[in-house]
Design a protein around this ligand. Structure first.
Ligand SMILES: Nc1ncnc2c1ncn2[C@@H]1O[C@H](COP(=O)(O)OP(=O)(O)OP(=O)(O)O)[C@@H](O)[C@H]1O
Ligand SMILES: [Mg+2]
Length: 244
């Protein structure tokens, strides 16, 4: 499992994560909601070991991300997709997807390429596998980003607003793939502003407010009057999101 225990993160005088507790079990889809600046991306970066913790502990299947000797193992188990695609422009889609399996997992090139083509096919990009990022639409590029994470066969898929740079049509393309992954049992920690989508695919929803994880509820309870909606901050957040 992915275990986040009493995590604290401070930038200068600001406490950005304040005692965050969260456990994600294999097979679960957990969405993280919260206003801009509430600490969602920072939490994802902490899980990756991209930020040093100022307190608490994060383990991925028991591997502590704060211990240099355990970080590589922890990272192998979690794949992350960010808002911006960060593909290598001089490599084709298949080149981007096979890179980490070759460099990190030491797969033979032929095997890595076959895996990359199979995964690109599964996200609907089989026919575009040899295109360069500049020749792809935003939605296609984000699907390459997703394929690149999936090529490492992560136990946990971390997604940070993967559709927020996309127009509605491209968003639908990418969400379709994510829904498919959720159905097939992929474990996901999903930061999003797509409330209705989160509601459809999540087992649980957690809400971050000013760095504190104030609510962690099964999806139906999160949206019920007596559950999440009983929290003024969540009711306010959801009504604002639905107006936008
Ligand atoms: N490297 C940094 N140095 C200083 N402050 C930072 C740094 N990274 C993030 N912050 C601050 O930490 C807080 C949380 O930022 P974070 O990016 O985690 O928010 P978020 O919930 O992902 O917001 P958004 O929905 O806008 O993506 C913000 O106040 C932000 O300004
Ligand atoms: Mg963010």
């Amino acid at each position: 499992m992915l275990a986040i225990e009493k995590v604290r993160k401070v930038f200068g005088a600001t406490t950005v994560l304040d005692g965050v507790e969260l456990v994600v079990e294999p097979g679960e889809v957990v969405s993280i909601l919260g206003s801009s600046g509430s600490g969602k991306s920072t939490l994802i970066r902490c899980i990756n070991g991209l930020e040093r913790l100022d307190g608490g502990r994060i383990t991925v299947d028991g591997f502590n991300v704060s211990k240099p000797r355990e970080l590589a193992e922890a990272r192998k188990r979690s794949g992350t997709v960010f808002q911006l695609f960060n593909l290598y422009p001089h490599m084709t889609a298949v080149g981007n997807v096979m890179l980490a399996p070759v460099e990190v997992l030491k797969l033979p090139k032929k095997e890595a390429e076959a895996r990359a083509r199979r995964i690109l096919d599964s996200v609907g990009l089989g026919p575009r596998a040899d295109a360069y990022p500049a020749q792809l639409s935003g939605g296609q590029r984000q699907r390459v980003g997703l394929a690149r994470a999936l090529a490492m066969e992560p136990r946990y898929l971390l997604l940070d607003e993967v559709t927020s740079a996309l127009d509605p049509e491209m968003t639908a393309e990418v969400l379709g793939i994510l829904a498919e992954l959720a159905r097939s049992g992929t474990t996901m920690l999903f930061v999003t502003h797509e409330i209705e989508f989160a509601r459809r695919i999540s087992n649980r929803i957690v809400f971050l407010d000013g760095g504190r994880l104030v609510v962690d509820l099964p999806t139906a309870a999160f949206f019920s009057a007596a559950g999440g909606m009983a929290h003024p901050r969540i009711a306010q957040f959801l009504s604002k999101m639905q107006k936008d």
